[in-house]
Design a protein around this ligand. Structure first.
Ligand SMILES: [Zn+2]
Length: 141
């Protein structure tokens, strides 16, 4: 067994039973990178100091979450993050992509209940009745 295999095995043993990197952790790392990039431009003054402190606290939280052995709590945090942020954002992007590809229909979002209504294109000025709440939406298809 060479040195690198030994180091790899030791790391595996060390990380056994620990949380590691999950979606929340990766997202926090991206936020940390953005904060540090923003800090390059701000640098001086009270804003720079606040950015530094926030970035340091975030870095400590990331490291704590990666090495935490309380898997139950970390997974609950990650699940809450996935349900409240990750899946809605991902769904919005996939919906936008699907709507951009669909050249035969136009999409309207109900201002009251946020339901998405699909209508055929090229019918002129129309009044759409929301199928969920019944509100009437005027638009050009
Ligand atoms: Zn509606």
């Amino acid at each position: 067994m060479n040195v690198f295999q030994r180091i790899g095995n030791a790391l595996s043993r060390f990380m056994y039973g620990r949380n590691g990197a999950d979606q929340l952790g990766l997202c926090m790392i991206w936020v940390l990178i953005l904060l540090n990039v923003a800090n390059i431009f701000v640098r001086q003054g009270i804003a720079g100091a606040i950015l530094n402190v926030v970035a340091a606290i975030l870095a400590v939280c990331i490291i704590y979450r990666i090495f935490s052995r309380n898997l139950y709590k970390r997974r609950a945090e990650n699940a809450a993050f996935l349900n409240k942020v990750w899946y809605p954002v991902r769904r919005r992007f996939t919906d936008a992509r699907i709507q951009a590809r669909d050249k035969d229909h136009k999409y309207f979002t109900c201002p009251d209940c946020r339901a998405v209504c699909r209508v055929p294109r090229g019918k002129g000025n129309i009044v759409i009745t929301c199928p969920r709440c019944g509100k009437q939406i005027r638009g050009k298809s």
